[in-house]
Design a protein around this ligand. Structure first.
Ligand SMILES: Cc1ncc(COP(=O)(O)O)c(C=O)c1O
Ligand SMILES: [Zn+2]
Length: 409
């Protein structure tokens, strides 16, 4: 970690060593990795990045661990797809989908966990753990296996089957009777007297840095420039803050020109504490009891909520709370137009995008990137009641009778 200076409190600015800690002892603010940008400036270049691996590790100058030790199952460098069909539908001529469902365990969480697991090994932890809304569990257990560590992942008991099985195939899953916020509190208590690396608790300062790679990739894939708009699904707000940080780091280092990006928050109405704060003009999100079909976004007490609200102000962005009954429609619209099957969080993003286009917040020719952060195969429950394929006998007559008329001959 040649460029890491240590950890710094986001609130009071106090410095700490780069240890497995996450809260400031003085003001209880969150700790964040502090880098020596002068030294990064001397090392980083577009050419060097282009010669790097086709994973998030091509940006290792801006990550808090060494690439040589990376726990790498291939996270990052996911497709940025030109979305002409969806764009036509929404009146947006310059629309892109960043398809992070193409990551190894089918969500962007592989990015954060690849970094957190590498750091956990560096700290000589033997057990990797997490409190998850679903996707993080699979990513953590998979990377734990790659690192040959013990894994224990904690999930709310009422999650979709795809999330539970998709994690349990890799490691020890514990289902907790309670919400994600209960699971998170339990994990904090468990962590107090166990030497476990909880990727999103005591590893959080390192873990969250992995999300910056989404910002770097978008800029690189757009030909070394920042888009005008980014639409991001928000749960804790970590991804949202780090995409912004990634774009701005590239700007500061001269890897891209000025960053004039407007950051848009997408939350489901049944759990929208951050969006509500923005809409109501408050700086602090009020905790809510989550009740949404977008279970991956069901965090009622978002750790990075305050910072997400302030980024919407700084970037002249916005926030949308998508009605629950529009989430499935968003998933179907993306599937029908672009051939991408996103999970419920993606439905929230596409419905947000639609509203922003209708409201004129996004202009027809402005370059826009919508983040698809997880796969629809893990949230089949959200759309299965709308899907009813015909069943026919194995005869041409039966096919003609039942199916013809619905497809062109
Ligand atoms: C698919 C998906 N998208 C977005 C998020 C939001 O992540 P964050 O907690 O960084 O806001 C999550 C969180 O679990 C997720 O699973
Ligand atoms: Zn502090």
């Amino acid at each position: 970690m040649p460029h890491v200076q240590g950890l710094r409190c986001k609130e009071c600015g106090r410095d700490y060593p780069a240890d497995p800690i996450y809260v400031c002892e003085y003001c209880f603010g969150p700790l964040e990795v502090a880098y020596d940008y002068d030294s990064i400036q001397k090392s980083i270049s577009r050419e060097k990045i282009k010669e790097g691996p086709l994973t998030l590790w091509r940006y290792d100058d801006l990550l808090p661990v060494d690439r040589e030790n990376a726990v790498d199952i291939g996270a990052g460098m996911t497709p940025l797809v030109r979305a002409k069909n969806l764009g036509k539908e929404l009146g947006l001529n310059n629309l892109w989908i960043k398809n992070d469902a193409a990551n190894p365990t089918h969500s962007f969480k592989d990015r954060v966990v690849s970094v957190a697991t590498t750091k956990a090994l560096e700290f000589e932890f033997e057990t990797i753990a997490c409190a998850s809304t679903g996707n993080l569990a699979g990513a953590t257990a998979a990377h734990g296996n790659k690192a040959q560590m013990d894994t224990v992942v904690f999930l709310p008991h009422n999650l979709e089957k795809g999330k539970i099985i998709g994690a349990a195939i890799f490691g020890n899953v514990v289902l907790v009777r309670g919400s994600y916020d209960d699971v998170n509190r339990l994990c904090s208590e468990l962590g107090d007297n166990r030497r476990w690396a909880f990727v999103n608790i005591n590893m959080r300062p390192y873990y969250s840095e992995g999300s910056k790679s989404l910002g770097y990739e978008i800029a690189e894939q757009l030909g070394w420039q920042a888009p005008k708009h980014v639409v991001v699904p928000v749960a804790s707000g970590s991804l949202f803050t780090k995409v912004w940080k990634g774009l701005n780091e590239f700007g500061k280092l001269g890897i891209i020109d000025n960053v004039d990006t407007r950051m848009h928050i997408a939350q489901p109405d049944g759990c929208s504490p951050v969006a509500r704060a923005v809409i109501d003009g408050q700086s602090h999100p009020r905790p809510v009891i989550a009740d949404t079909i977008a279970k991956s976004l069901a965090i009622g007490t978002p750790a990075d909520g305050i910072y997400s609200v302030s980024i919407t102000k700084e970037s002249d962005g916005s926030a949308t709370a998508v009605p629950e009954d529009e989430i499935g429609a968003g998933m179907r619209l993306l599937a029908e137009t672009e051939g991408i099957f996103a999970e419920t969080a993606g439905g929230v993003v596409i419905s947000t995008l639609k509203r922003l286009a209708e409201q004129g917040v996004i202009g027809p020719d402005e370059e826009t990137v919508a983040l698809i952060t997880g796969s629809g195969l893990k949230t089949l429950e959200a759309v299965e009641d709308k899907i009813d394929p015909p069943v026919i006998d194995a005869t041409v007559e039966s096919f003609d009778e039942v199916v013809m008329g619905t497809v062109s001959s």
